[in-house]
Design a protein around this ligand. Structure first.
Ligand SMILES: Nc1ncnc2c1ncn2[C@@H]1O[C@H](COP(=O)(O)OP(=O)(O)O)[C@@H](O)[C@H]1O
Ligand SMILES: [Mg+2]
Length: 173
């Protein structure tokens, strides 16, 4: 089974609102370890969207595009239901645009980061064909200033995020 969510974002503020919604949907699931792949041409709004997710998840200060550093790590707080206290987890914002060969992500040491134990946002996943399947695929298609954004689940964990999100949306006041 897969879940899908489609949205039209009229401007960058709308795209950022969508990112904030995704952030809340992730928090509602307890910030699970997930690989989230972002597809779309240069300037589509991938970084804009991820920035808004990270903001919603409590990141303060500047959120740089990882196009040069390749990986930007962020420390997030999440509530551990078993320990009944908040714990720190690391989220990674990754940009593979500058990669040209299929195994470069492994050579760059991203195997550990993308091992399925952390929350990762990956721009240009198509530059690393051997990358493990994403739990969520987000595709952004520009139409002038507006964007068509589609989210598809690639795993049960990704499906749970979209289903929970759709449920919250249907029951929002
Ligand atoms: N509806 C929209 N959604 C997202 N970005 C938009 C939109 N309309 C215009 N923009 C602009 O497009 C650019 C997107 O840049 P960025 O998020 O860095 O893209 P990417 O990471 O996909 O290369 C920004 O300058 C942003 O202000
Ligand atoms: Mg970008």
């Amino acid at each position: 089974m897969t879940a899908t969510l489609l949205r039209h974002c009229a401007d960058d503020t709308a795209t950022a609102r969508l990112g904030a919604e995704l952030g809340r949907a992730l928090r509602a699931r307890g910030l699970p370890p997930l690989r989230i792949a972002l597809h779309g041409e240069l300037g589509a709004g991938k970084t804009t969207l991820v920035r808004a997710v990270l903001r919603e998840l409590g990141v303060r200060g500047r959120i740089k595009s990882p196009s040069y550093a390749l990986v930007e790590p962020y420390s997030l707080e999440k509530l551990d239901l078993e320990l009944k206290r908040s714990v720190q987890i690391t989220a990674y914002h990754i940009d593979l645009y500058r990669f040209s060969s299929p195994d470069e992500w492994l050579d760059a040491g991203l195997g550990d980061v993308l091992d399925g134990k952390s929350l990762c946002f990956v721009e240009w996943p198509e530059r690393a064909p051997g990358l493990p399947t994403a739990d969520l695929d987000i595709r952004i298609t520009p139409r002038g200033d507006s964007r068509e954004v589609s989210l598809h689940s690639g795993s049960p964990a990704g499906e749970a995020v979209i289903d929970g999100w759709a449920y919250a949306q249907a029951h929002a006041g």
